[in-house]
Design a protein around this ligand. Structure first.
Ligand code: SAM
Length: 280
C-alpha cells in the first residue's frame, strides 16, 4: 500500500488488555508506517494479526542499545515514517522510548502522538475525586523505607502509581502502618474480563483482598489527605514530629521550622515551636 502519511516518529498507544481498545487512526498509522519498533515483537504480533497489519516489526526495548536508536533515525533521515509501540498502553508512560524521542526531537524530526489507552488515565476517569490535580510516579519503590517516605511526602497529593501483584498487598500494609484510614482507589485488570475498581480505606481494602486475591495488573491512587479533616481528627499533630525532624536535617532554626509548618499545615506556630524545642 502506498503510504499517505508524513514522515515522522509516531508514538502509538495500543490496548491495555481488551484488544478492541485501539483507535482507527492507530490502525491506519500502523498499516502505513515503513516499520514498527515494538517493545516485544511477539506481543505486538498478536495485535497486528487481529487487525491484518502486515508492517515490518523490529524490537525496541529498554535494553536496546544506541544502534537501535540510530536505526530509527536512519529511517527518519530517509523520510520514512516509523511507529513506536510498547507492550500495552501509551509508550513512554512507564515504558521505553524517552531516549528515542529526545534524540528524534533534537535532530528535528516530528514526533506525533497517536493517543489511546493508558492505565493511569483509565483509573482517573472512573473514580470520584474532589480535585483535578494528581501526581503520577510510575512504579512505586520496592524498598519499605522509600515507600514510607514517598507516601508521607506526598500525603497532600492524589498520588498514583503502578504496582506488581506480588508486592501490592505488602505495599498496602505499609500504607496502613502510616495511616489506617488512608483513602485508596485500586484498579486491577482494567478493560479485561476480571476488571475490578475499588475505593475504600486501606484497612478495609486489605481485609477485602485477604479473601479476594489481588491478582493481575494493578494501578493504585492514594487520595490526598485533606487538611481540614486532618485538623479535626488531630492527625496533623501525629505527623508533626516527622516534619520537624525532616526540616531539622536541613539545618533550619526552630523559629523557621515553626513558621514553615504552621503555614503549610495551618497549625498553631507557638505549639510547633515548643515541640521543636522538646525534640532538640
Ligand atoms: N504504558 C502503560 C500505560 O499506558 O498504562 C503502562 C506500562 S507499565 C510497564 C505496566 C504497568 O501498568 C502494569 O504493571 C500495571 O501496574 C499497569 N497496567 C497496565 N495495564 C493495566 C491494566 N489493564 N489494569 C491495571 N493496571 C495496568
Amino acid at each position: 500500500m502506498e503510504s499517505t502519511i508524513k514522515p515522522a516518529l509516531y508514538i502509538v498507544a495500543t490496548p491495555i488488555g481488551n484488544l478492541s481498545d485501539i483507535t482507527l487512526r492507530a490502525i491506519e498509522i500502523l498499516k502505513q508506517v515503513e516499520v514498527i519498533f515494538a517493545e516485544d515483537t511477539r506481543t505486538t504480533s498478536v495485535l497486528l494479526e487481529k487487525y491484518q497489519i502486515n508492517t515490518k516489526l523490529i524490537s525496541y526495548h529498554k535494553f536496546s542499545d544506541n544502534k537501535k536508536t540510530e536505526l530509527v533515525l536512519e529511517y527518519l533521515n530517509n523520510s520514512k515514517p516509523v511507529a513506536l509501540v510498547s507492550d500495552a498502553g501509551t509508550p513512554l508512560i512507564s515504558d521505553p522510548g524517552g531516549y528515542l524521542v529526545e534524540k528524534a526531537r533534537k535532530e528535528g524530526f516530528e514526533v506525533v502522538p497517536i493517543v489511546g489507552a493508558c492505565a493511569l488515565i483509565a483509573l482517573l476517569s472512573s473514580i470520584a475525586r474532589l480535585d483535578e490535580d494528581f501526581k503520577f510516579i510510575g512504579f512505586i519503590s520496592r524498598n519499605k523505607n522509600q515507600i514510607i517516605d514517598t507516601v508521607k511526602q506526598n500525603r497532600f497529593e492524589n498520588l498514583i502509581f503502578y504496582e506488581s501483584p506480588k508486592r501490592a498487598l505488602s505495599t498496602l500494609e505499609i500504607i496502613k502502618e502510616i495511616n489506617p484510614n488512608k483513602k485508596i482507589a485500586l484498579a486491577r485488570e482494567l478493560t479485561k474480563k476480571f476488571e475490578e475498581i475499588k475505593t475504600d480505606s486501606v484497612s478495609n481494602l486489605i481485609e477485602y483482598y485477604k479473601t479476594n486475591p489481588l491478582k493481575g495488573e494493578i494501578v493504585i491512587m492514594l487520595h490526598k489527605d485533606r487538611k481540614d479533616e486532618l485538623k479535626e481528627s488531630g492527625r496533623v499533630e501525629i505527623n508533626l514530629d516527622y516534619n520537624i525532624e525532616k526540616l531539622k536535617k536541613l539545618n533550619l532554626k526552630d523559629k523557621q521550622i515553626a513558621s514553615i509548618i504552621s503555614t503549610l499545615f495551618e497549625v498553631n506556630k507557638n505549639n510547633v515551636y515548643k515541640r521543636c524545642i522538646e525534640l532538640s
